[in-house]
Ligand binder design. Sequence first.
Ligand code: NAP
Length: 283
Amino acid sequence: MAAALIDGKAIAAQVRAEVAAGVAEWVAAGHRPPGLATVLVGEDAASAVYVGTKQRTSAEVGIRGFDHRLAADTPEAEVRALIERLNADPEVAGILLQLPTPPHIDGSALSGEISPEKDVDGLTAVSAGRLVKGAPGLRPCTPAGVMELLRRHDVVLEGAEAVVLGRSELVGKPVASLLLAANATVTTCHSRTRDLPEVCRRADVLVAAVGRARMVRADWVKPGATVIDVGTNRTEAGLAGDVDFDAVREVAGLITPVPGGVGPMTVAMLLRNTLTAASLAAS
Ligand code: NAP
């Protein structure tokens, strides 16, 4: 029997509706609306689209947007000064520096200057450290989205064998930490892992985040497993995940499609992080 689909679009819409209700309640309690500041340096077309989507969806849930667009030749010191101002601004609950930045700006170092309490991308060293230590903090959006999909489908993680394909700071490592925190037995794989198919076949929950179109084959998957495909690869045939969806669907129990699986969750979790940041700042 073909696997059931995890509808990320529908779940992301639910999360956005919950955030909208949370924001309305927050404002009704006398607080200022949570503010999300985005900082975009330069004219990269894809980045401009991402920032536009984040601002538009924020507005839809009642989050106030502060959309900072700086010329490509803006000196690094000026971007740093803006981040310092936003760190100190009580109207701003969350700050996001859109990457990549132009070559003369060290985007990763500058992101690190965002206050951990406003780090709604959850990617700074402090946020990563809090995650690994199991301390409260803002979690990275795509990994948090993966966990939300699993939670809404009541996927049992306690004691489960989870295999994460990929060890990036953005996806693989934080997903592995979150699964570990949920009491799964976690194996992280990467380009030097020996006998990848064999390791993957152990997984009750398999999360693929490698950036290789359709790499995970049907015979890598344990019958009935839950398969979460984070990959978004542009191919001649269109957008493809890291999982050979049509074949794997015949083996897995539950699976995310691409598009329409993990992708829509990322912005939804960003909105949730912004509301969380606002309430943490006030507590
Ligand atoms: P990344 O930084 O390139 O990391 C890829 C990881 O996969 C690395 O750890 C790499 O191993 C491993 N890998 C690459 N080729 C492999 C192979 N043949 N066998 C085993 N492991 C291999 O990528 P990322 O940023 O984590 O992104 C992964 C995918 O998720 C991409 O398709 C990206 O577009 C997508 N993504 C989607 C969203 C979303 O919102 N849906 C968000 C972020 C990313 P090494 O460490 O050994 O090099």
